[in-house]
Write a protein that binds this ligand. Sequence first.
Ligand SMILES: [Zn+2]
Length: 265
Amino acid sequence: MGARMTETPEPMGRLAKGLAAAALFALAATTSGCTQNQALGRDQLILVSNDQLATLADGTWQRTLQQQGVVHDADYDAQLDRVAGRIVTAAGRGGETWNFAVIHDDSLNAFALPGNKIGVNSGMMKFVQNDDQLAAVIGHEVGHVMARHSAERYSQQLLGQVGLDLANAALAANNTPMADQIAAVLGAGVNYGVILPFSRKQELEADTLGLQYMARAGYDPHQAVDFWRRMMAQSNGQPPEFMSTHPSDQARIANLQAQIRRMGL
Ligand SMILES: [Zn+2]
């Protein structure tokens, strides 16, 4: 799926382009290119280090929490802690620091940022019918993190014009329009009206990883199929945001069912 941006980057001056090129060169010089992702078992083009990405993601995360607001509901917090704890342990990353938050937003959405940060909208917390369905959402988002999909998309963007803007933004981190673009590329852009979806391939990979984590954590993977069917039923002409950034269709359901059969469940 191609990039859809609601904002067109401003043309940059020669100085800005020079700076951007220098930043891009610095990024490329300090990080390796193609790396093997163990969770996925395939090579990825990664032009940015975990530390660099985590720094950008931290700003995006803080901004999202500030602008959208965090819901402090004892039941939601307990459910999120309970489910997220089991999923990240199942993913083999239980020993790391993770940030989870219920974002004040009625739309059906959730997002993952590099640096182990996952936001679930209050609308989504209300929508899921049980821990297993929330585990499907969290498993999918943790899957994006494990697969380093943001780093991959960021690296792809670095190779284009948007990438030059982003590299430039690294030199002026407080530049608000640039911060919106960074948010879009990292995966939280839906909160700013800028939507840059993951590719279909990345979505299916996140689904597959999420199912594995669910099963390993003791949740029922069949609930993931129920969850996505319910999401599809919500889309009467106007798909929920989680589906516009997380394309959902029969192919996705078929992939989930095939994975469940493969796991013998
Ligand atoms: Zn996704």
